[in-house]
Design a protein around this ligand. Structure first.
Ligand code: BG6
Length: 486
């Protein structure tokens, strides 16, 4: 593909030698480079605290980053031309003097994109120092990584303070779930087809399940994770964004604000939870020793650097309601956890039960479901009932199966690659707007407070399972069950 971007671009990554940069950002930029999707005159400035010279930096990324590039995509000559686009600069983000060095390396007239892959506590200071160094102009953009705040007040504060230096249309709040192919495809499924829309509502839909299950544990991220937990790490952002896309009204266009207005309405329509609701409709869990993917796995409390007796949740299941006409009385069940039985992310739309069946013993519940699998593989299945061959009228569920990997031969870019290209092109549709982020916190915060008031302790679940039994009970009370098909 021919690059179309005219102006030179300086892409600056704060935290350029950090975990996110190594695992996601630099590999995504390599892929964009490989496929000719970076504007020709793009330069990437990786900033970090290590006092490395260029050779040391190159050795570091050679060691660390290459492993995250698929073997089929890696080529020596492409790598060599990619690293030509890269430079490393030692910058302590809290030191104003270092911004003069940064400025010296930036090209006059270039568009500037700042990617803040750092702790959120640094965001505002970085903006202030960029501003003081004269490094922000009208064409500059800033990308903010999650977690964007710890609660509503801290999110508001970040938004307000970053807003002093960048206008809203210059701010890209990233939620990488919005960059996943299947998540974007969900918009097409809903708004590019006519058959679902008439049924996409109460009472034709009985319930919606959204599961993001991970098989990995907390790994080396104890420092971050223990102060965060699954509610803030996953529900507040990824799962609520998925819920928005399932539940939103058709936007008037794909214009960023048209889409984000509709998502915002969903977030604002979420029924607030009282303490009694929290006690009844939410489940927190924490994994204990077990087995994951055939190997022994330690419990959360035995993971490296987790404080003894930590009550941080590694699992959350909850029942949410959306207070509007479309979704009246349709429960949305959300569930996420680490060290679960499989890495499986899925949205399941359960259509209404049959009012009556003429087929004797045949089921009349959960006969039609639409399953949208986001990972590990991407497919969409519609479960229908069919007659078993033979005499008699025995029914059996069968699946209409759309395997997106085989339906399209095109390469499927990783979420970060797609979102980075969006940032470069200034496309905001798949990024969160300020009010969206705050509305999500406004709904989540009372739940976290409710747990505190209730003195709620996470329920143990064995690593390698689907979470605490109470999560199945939450479903069973509504006469349902989590769909856990491999
Ligand atoms: C991140 C969370 O936002 O998403 C991690 O901080 C989690 O804890 C990750 O593992 C999951 O992303 P993915 O794309 O692997 O499902």
């Amino acid at each position: 593909m021919k690059p179309t971007h005219p102006a030179p671009l300086d892409l600056v990554i704060f935290g350029g030698a950090g975990d996110l940069s190594v695992r996601k950002l630099l590999p995504a930029l390599y892929m964009a480079h490989l496929h000719g999707n970076l504007p020709e005159d793009t330069h990437i400035h990786a900033l970090g605290r290590q006092a490395w010279d260029r050779q040391e930096f190159l050795r570091f990324i050679e060691d660390k980053v290459r492993g995250f590039i698929g073997a089929q995509a890696y080529r020596d000559e492409v790598w060599a031309s990619f690293v030509n686009r890269l430079s490393y600069l030692r910058v302590d983000a809290t030191e104003a003097v270092h911004y003069a060095d940064l400025k010296a390396g930036m090209r006059p007239g270039a568009e500037r994109v700042y990617y803040l892959a750092t702790a959120p506590s640094l965001f505002v200071g970085i903006c202030a120092r960029l501003d003081a160094a004269g490094l922000i102009d009208e064409a500059s953009r800033i990308v903010l990584e999650k977690p964007l705040g710890h609660d509503l007040a801290s999110a508001q504060e970040i938004n307000r303070d970053v807003g002093r230096y960048f206008q809203e249309h210059q701010i890209f709040r990233i939620d990488h779930y919005l960059g996943k192919e299947t998540v974007q495809n969900l918009m097409v499924l809903r708004f590019g087809n006519s058959i679902f829309e008439p049924l996409w509502r109460s009472p034709h839909i009985r319930s919606v399940q959204i599961t993001v299950a991970e098989s990995v544990g907390v790994g080396s991220r104890a420092g971050f994770y223990d102060g965060t937990g699954a509610m803030r790490d996953m529900i507040q952002n990824h799962l609520l964004q998925l819920l928005c896309i399932v539940a939103m009204e058709p936007p008037v266009s794909l214009d960023p604000d048209a889409v984000r207005d509709e998502k915002l309405k969903v977030l604002r329509s979420l029924r607030p939870m009282s303490v009694a609701d929290v006690a009844r409709d939410t489940v927190r869990g924490q994994y204990t020793a077990g087995a994951s993917q055939g190997e022994a796995a330690v419990g959360y409390l035995q993971e490296e650097n987790i404080p003894p007796g930590s009550t941080t949740e590694t699992f959350v299941a909850l029942k949410a309601h959306i207070n509007n006409w479309r979704w009246a009385n349709v429960p949305f069940f959300l569930r996420t956890g680490k060290r679960m039985a499989a890495r499986q992310s899925e949205i399941v739309i359960e259509f209404a039960d049959l009012p009556f069946t003429v087929f004797g013993e045949s089921p009349h519940r959960s006969v039609n479901r639409l399953m949208i699998r986001l990972q590990p593989e991407e497919h969409i299945q519609l479960q229908m009932m069919a007659k078993e061959p033979g005499s008699g009228m025995k029914l059996r569920p069968v699946k209409l199966d759309l395997d997106l990997q085989t339906a399209f031969s095109e390469r499927r870019a990783e979420a970060y690659e797609r979102l980075l290209i969006d940032v470069i092109k200034g496309r905001l549709t798949h990024f969160m707007r300020r009010d969206e982020l705050e509305a999500a916190w406004a709904w989540v915060e009372p739940i976290i407070n409710g747990w505190q008031q209730l003195g709620d302790k996470p329920r143990p679940y064995t690593a390698g399972t689907w979470g605490p039994a109470a999560s199945s009970a939450l479903m069973a009370r509504e006469g349902g069950a989590w769909v856990e098909e491999a």
